[in-house]
Design a protein around this ligand. Structure first.
Ligand SMILES: Nc1nc2c(ncn2[C@@H]2O[C@H](COP(=O)(O)OP(=O)(O)OP(=O)(O)O)[C@@H](O)[C@H]2O)c(=O)[nH]1
Ligand SMILES: [Mg+2]
Ligand SMILES: [Zn+2]
Length: 380
């Protein structure tokens, strides 16, 4: 008999360590100290975390844990704070005393993490990383057929996915809206990231769900990312065969753009695969990753390797192989524009966050201002 709680996690007792089925392993165990107890973060709440931990009887328990003072002291940066999918260390062991508040003492190192630049604060030296989902294997980049469809946005997500350490997969939802045009849309989506699989799904008919299932292996964790209303939660429910999360009609006239999903929550599918459903992101700014930009724009990077000057900016230099590619049509104008924009964004962040890069940037300015002063003197 199956005994599932709200998140769909199977609470049945087995001989196996139930945490192993949630992805627990040596990588995390090696970082767990003392007699702390491991748990996985299912949801981050205001002032607490919903976590899954061993119940001490071979099963799992879902409980609300509070941050310890130690954790708060340790998390100097926003990104250090536990995110959905993180493995954390609890004290005391849940179940030992039912009345004691269970505390999250530490976040264990992440195997992968999908991050973006935190929104809101754009002041000069205030850039911060925001972790959306941790310890993930696959990033489903969800875009609906119809008005939501944007290859440029997919390129942006794909860059972040590559930076996360998880594999990007491009999913075009609401295939029914495109009719016969769906193959064309999938082909366009595929161009956003040359090596990533791309396919269409329809949550209503179930078409294409088998393609997604290939990535949903027992013990694996995926995350659904995409604009609000693109059908992420509907897709989650269709994959689970039951309503794990609420879905909502697209509110076209709601200027505030309210989201149906408001939390990032880790759910379990019947087969032991885990999926993190997220609220649509309105803004997806890069978090570092000029290498990842290169990984998403491989055809342009390959051309760039053949430019005459190693510091070619690919905008007006003679012997620029990228401009030659644009001229002969082997590189698309849209991809070129997107590439330059994302590279500039990634490099800007680099100068804001990496002290060595910052120093190099400063030194460059010093040299420039010295040269300018010399020039001024020679003219005076
Ligand atoms: N035509 C069509 N509509 C769909 C499909 N899948 C979802 N929808 C509709 O799209 C709307 C939004 O679906 P949700 O699943 O709530 O979207 P979401 O991406 O989870 O949105 P947020 O939680 O706000 O980020 C709902 O009205 C769904 O019924 C589909 O395959 N075809
Ligand atoms: Mg949703
Ligand atoms: Zn060039």
């Amino acid at each position: 008999m199956s005994n599932k709680n709200d998140s769909g996690i199977d609470m049945n007792m087995t001989d196996k360590d139930p945490l192993v089925e949630m992805g627990w392993g040596d990588f995390f165990a090696g970082a767990l100290s003392g007699n702390l107890e491991p748990a996985r973060v299912l949801e981050v709440r205001r002032g607490s975390f919903l976590v899954a931990a061993r119940d001490g009887r071979g099963g799992l328990v879902e409980l609300e844990a509070k941050p310890s003072g130690h954790l708060s002291g340790d998390c100097a940066e926003k990104a250090d704070w536990p995110a959905t999918g993180d493995w954390v260390a609890l004290r005391p062991r849940p179940g030992l005393s039912s009345n004691e508040t269970v505390l999250v003492e530490a976040v264990l190192p992440r195997r992968s993490a999908f991050s973006r630049k935190a929104t809101g604060d754009t002041r000069y030296d205030k850039v911060a990383e925001q972790v959306i989902a941790a310890n993930i294997d696959t990033v489903f980049i969800v875009t609906a057929a119809g008005n939501d469809f944007s290859v440029r946005r997919m390129e942006r997500y794909a860059t972040l996915a590559l930076e996360s350490g998880a594999a990007p997969v491009l999913v075009v939802t609401k295939a029914d809206l495109a009719g016969d045009g769906i193959d064309q849309l999938v082909a366009e989506a595929g161009e956003a990231c040359p090596f990533a699989p791309a396919f269409a799904v329809c949550a209503f008919t179930g078409a294409g769900l088998d393609q997604m299932a290939r990535f949903l292996l027992p013990g694996s964790t995926s995350v659904l990312l995409g604009s609000s209303g693109s059908g992420k939660s509907t897709l989650l429910n269709a994959l689970a065969g039951t309503e794990l999360n609420a879905t909502g009609a697209v509110k076209e006239f709601d200027q505030r753009g309210r989201h149906t999903t408001t939390a990032r929550t880790l759910f379990s599918l019947g087969n032991g695969a885990m999926i993190i459903d997220t609220p649509g992101l309105r803004e997806v700014q890069l978090w570092l990753g000029d290498d990842s930009v290169a990984g998403v724009f491989t055809e342009i990077e390959e051309a760039a390797a053949a430019c005459r000057f190693s510091d070619c900016t690919h905008q007006n230099e003679p012997g620029c192989a990228v401009l030659a590619g644009l001229a002969d049509g082997s590189i698309s104008e849209e991809r070129y524009g997107s590439w330059l924009k994302l590279l500039a964004e990634a490099r800007f962040l680099e100068t804001k966050t990496n002290p060595l890069a910052r120093k190099a940037e400063r030194d460059k300015w010093k040299i420039r201002s010295k040269a300018a002063k010399k020039l001024e003197k020679s003219r005076a």
